[in-house]
Ligand binder design. Structure first.
Ligand code: HPA
Length: 273
């Protein structure tokens, strides 16, 4: 069974002292999607650098704030910035935000990310509801982190996304007239993007999108008993599928262009929660 380590204890004790309310929904904002926090009423912002043992956010596009906010009378918790393996952090550091969400008493989480499009019908700027994950690259770390689990827990991890939450996201997309792709997400630890050969392999397997976050967060959130769903913003065509060289700047630029669409979808999701 999972044992809370001292980092988790210190960080959660600090956060809980500052928590103004119990959020109804938490959202981890992916690369370049952090500006969403500026579009809602924020009650309390906590720089993650002030939280004991919280890993420093080192990636451009991840500001490093936790916001207790409100939209349409719904209390929400926003993570403006996430922690990645490719920054050199281990799994327990990467999963600290999920633990903190759980400790605030929030039981619903939407994980968002920027991802490369593998599915040939995807274009940069598309939003994709995540149907399922490929977690091969992270299984070893996850099982060591979670330790001994009960037979019931074992398979509950696979129950992603929570059906009612993904139906609600689809309903919000219809209401806003925003087209939602859907598909499977391949998790890669990084630090680099994939090679063109790896993307060719993924194409053969029918993988739709690829990124370096989210999958382990979803498994851990399920382990903690939360309702979880995920949305990818396709920021680029995956390696070798585009004539231009892949870069983090391209990811940020596309996220900026799709910002209003993302904002509108997420606000409608919050309304329906
Ligand atoms: N690969 C991995 N991670 C990513 C990509 C990609 O093409 N785009 C945004 N995050």
């Amino acid at each position: 069974m999972f044992n809370m380590n001292s980092t988790y204890r210190r960080a959660s004790e600090y956060l809980l002292k500052l928590t103004p309310f119990q959020p109804e929904l938490a959202i981890i904002l992916g690369s370049g999607l952090g500006d969403f926090a500026e579009s809602v009423k924020v009650h309390k912002s906590i720089p993650t650098i002030e939280i004991p043992d919280y890993p420093e956010s080192t990636v451009h596009g991840h500001k490093g704030f936790i916001h207790f906010a409100e939209y349409e009378n719904k209390k929400i918790l926003l993570f403006q910035g996430r922690i990645h393996f490719y920054e050199g952090y281990d799994i327990s550091k990467c999963l600290l935000p999920v633990f903190l969400i759980h400790k605030t008493g929030c039981s619903k989480v939407i994980l968002t990310n920027a991802a490369g499009g593998v599915n040939p019908s995807f274009s940069p700027g598309d939003l994709m509801l995540i149907d399922s994950f490929y977690t091969f690259n992270i299984k070893k770390e996850l099982s060591a982190f979670l330790g001994k689990v009960s037979p019931e827990q074992k398979n509950s991890f696979l129950d992603f996304p929570s059906k009612w939450l993904s139906e609600l996201i689809k309903e919000a997309s219809v209401k806003t007239g925003i087209f939602l792709q859907h598909g499977s997400y391949w998790f890669g630890k990084g630090p680099s993007y994939e090679t063109p050969a790896e993307i060719q392999m993924m194409l053969k397997f029918g993988i739709d999108a690829v990124g370096m976050s989210t999958a382990h967060e979803a498994v851990y959130a399920k382990f903690l008993g939360m309702d979880v769903a995920g949305i990818s913003l396709i920021t680029n065509l995956a390696a070798g599928l585009s004539p231009t060289k892949l870069s983090h700047q391209e990811v940020i630029d596309t996220a900026n262009e799709a910002k209003l669409k993302f904002e509108s979808l997420v606000k409608n999701i919050i309304k329906l929660i």
